[in-house]
Design a protein around this ligand. Structure first.
Ligand code: IMP
Length: 429
């Protein structure tokens, strides 16, 4: 199987980092296709915690080519900081890191505009990570963005920067009374970043297609999750990229026929950070308990995550949107000790029962969850590595999800550490 996409099936933070780290062992190339440093992928190796924001989680295995695709928006300061942090901890970053020359850059004015816009929206704010992600994608679509290859050529860079910066300064002043950015200051800073990054910048699409033609295993790592997808998520409370599997083609420059499978990462319950509807949210002690036990605080911003029961209606939507061939279930151990586990199987919307997920936020806000109750388990699942060692009711919970979604669980994560994992099916040969 040459290309496998791993995408979040909920609102992000499903634990993709650990699974990508595992799958990367058998991959030759690991590639990120969208998002930016709004993502935080956590991998724990021998009690040492690594949080990756931009660099694919495959970097923690020596000898893997890690690609940051054209669909990713890059804050070069953050990327360099991440590279240095890894190098200081003994991780090799050299020819194994390839950044697409067509990836767009997050500029300082993107962050300033986002922060001013979010503050001005009050209760209607999206609750972004404050990283300038949406504004960078806005400039990309408006054709006023600055790409990696632009900063490699000082003349071209200045030509592209001047109108973009003038425009941003005018907006900052007129809409928010915020201070302007100096062209020379931004120019100097970014040409410095270019100097550091230039040896990693190249034609990522060409390299990826060559690897695929040669039959190499390519692992494609999604960030955020399907319900945060700009087209298929709970708009407008979404991120600004195609986080679902479809984004892998445009975000890497590979064709759909190159992708063999898509694995959805599903947390055993649901979490969400930022604003927006969340039908199965638990705003009580149990929600608090899941947050504390599951360490549900944002890996990027430290914000507490909202917690709730598993939502099959939303997951079914993710199965369709991503064309999922299987799923990985994470954080099963956090549900240990519960007498009963509730699972949402339908919504009540304006007096009618529906199993259709309305991605529009206003409609979803009106949906009431319809629950089915499953029996919990008392024994610990923490660290279990064999399916047959799981408590009977934990296995029943997994089987129940499999039946509802019509796809199988390929992997089950039972703890934070790298080896706390049950492998049901290997995706790469
Ligand atoms: P942005 O991506 O910073 O523009 O934020 C848009 C929405 O996506 C907000 O609700 C964020 O909390 C959410 N979001 C962005 N990245 C992540 C992530 O990696 N995990 C979970 N939520 C995220």
């Amino acid at each position: 199987m040459p290309a496998l996409v791993v995408a979040g099936a909920q609102w992000g933070d499903e634990g993709k980092g650990k699974l990508v780290d595992h799958l990367a062992r058998q991959a030759h190339v690991v590639a990120r296709y969208q998002g930016g440093h709004n993502a935080g992928h956590t991998v724990v190796i021998n009690d040492e915690k690594f949080v990756l924001h931009l660099i694919p989680s495959g970097v923690l295995h020596e000898g893997k080519l890690c690609v940051i695709g054209n669909g990713v928006v890059i804050d070069p300061a953050c990327l360099i900081e991440e590279m240095d942090g890894l190098i200081n901890r003994g991780v090799k970053i050299g020819e194994n890191l390839l950044i697409s020359e067509n990836a767009h850059l997050i500029m300082p004015y993107h962050m300033a505009l986002e922060s001013a816009s979010e503050s001005s929206m009050g209760k209607k704010a999206i609750g972004t990570t404050g990283r300038g992600i949406g504004l960078a994608y806005m400039d990309k679509m408006a054709r006023t963005g600055i790409r990696m290859l632009d900063i490699l050529d000082p003349k071209l860079f200045r030509e592209r920067l001047r109108p973009a910066l003038d425009n941003a300064n005018r907006l900052l002043d007129a809409l928010y009374g915020a201070p302007a950015f100096e062209l020379e200051e931004v120019f100097e800073k970014y040409t410095g970043f270019a100097e550091r990054l230039k040896k990693h910048i190249g034609n990522a699409g060409f390299v990826l297609n060559k690897a695929l033609r040669e039959g190499r295993n390519v692992l494609i790592e999604g960030a955020q999750g399907t319900l945060l997808d700009i087209d298929h998520g709970t708009y407008p409370y979404v991120t600004s990229s195609n986080a679902s599997a479809g984004g892998a083609c445009t975000g890497l420059g590979i064709g759909p026929t190159m992708i063999d499978a898509a694995m959805g990462v599903v947390k055993a319950y649901t979490t969400r950070v930022g604003n927006g509807p969340f039908p199965t949210e638990l705003e009580d002690e149990l929600g608090e308990c899941l947050r504390e036990k599951g360490g549900e605080y944002g890996a990027t911003t430290g914000r507490p995550r909202r917690c709730g029961w598993l939502d099959i209606v939303a997951l079914d939507h993710a199965v369709r949107v991503n064309g999922l061939s299987g799923f990985a279930l994470t954080k099963l151990d956090i549900l240990d000790g519960l007498d009963t586990i509730k699972v949402c199987t339908a919504y009540r919307l304006d007096g009618v029962t529906t199993r259709e997920f309305p991605p529009d936020a206003a409609t979803l806000e009106r949906c009431q969850p319809v629950y089915e109750e499953l029996k919990g388990w008392k024994d610990s699942t923490s660290g279990i590595k064999k399916l047959s060692d799981l408590p009977v009711n934990a296995r029943k919970y997994i089987e129940w999800i499999e039946q509802r979604l019509g796809i199988g669980a390929d992997m089950i994560s039972t703890g934070q550490r790298r080896d706390e994992l049950i492998i049901v099916k290997e995706n790469f040969r």
